[in-house]
Unconditional design. Structure first.
Length: 167
């Protein structure tokens, strides 16, 4: 099942990346090349993607990810405006902050870390599951937030989404 999951995602990615090269349709050569490359990728990554690989074939998961897209884009928009304000005013207070999180697995840590890093002004430096924490470089640490008690000030609702999406 790991091979099938990896193959399906690899082939889907191939189709998305090659769409439009011949109008909106794919040539026979592109479809065959996609099958070959997806097979190679699936074979080489079948032991890497983990035991819960079938969760990515669940249509409910797809809907959850689609619902997350506006959340991440809204977070990115707010962060862009904030960083633009910081650049204009020149008021920054950068630093590295240890942010406590309540996550259960590597997928959740990856989703949260990437979501934080995608928003301008923050960069995940390290994820420490044994400490239940992320180390984040924050471009503007508000007063009193040098040691936040939760991820809310840094990540907003991203931690809740990471827990849901990474199950």
């Amino acid at each position: 099942m790991k091979f099938i999951t990896s193959f399906a995602w690899s082939y889907l990615l191939w189709l998305v990346l090659t769409a439009g090269t011949n109008g909106l349709l794919w040539s026979t050569q592109e479809l065959i090349a996609g099958l070959i490359f997806a097979g190679i990728v699936a074979y080489t990554t079948k032991d890497i993607i983990g035991e819960k690989s079938t969760r990515f074939l669940n249509p409910v998961k797809w809907l959850e990810w689609i619902a997350y897209v506006p959340v991440i884009f809204w977070g990115m928009t707010k962060a862009n405006l904030h960083v633009a304000w910081l650049v204009i005013t020149g008021r920054i207070k950068p630093g590295i902050v240890k942010v406590p999180v309540e996550l259960e697995n590597d997928a959740q840590y990856t989703i949260l870390s990437n979501s934080i890093t995608l928003t301008p002004g923050t960069l995940t430096i390290d994820a420490c599951p044994e400490e239940k924490a992320l180390y984040i470089h924050w471009i503007d640490i508000p007063d009193g937030m040098e040691r936040p008690e939760s991820s809310e000030p840094v990540a907003g609702s991203f931690e809740k989404w990471a827990r849901r999406l990474g199950r």
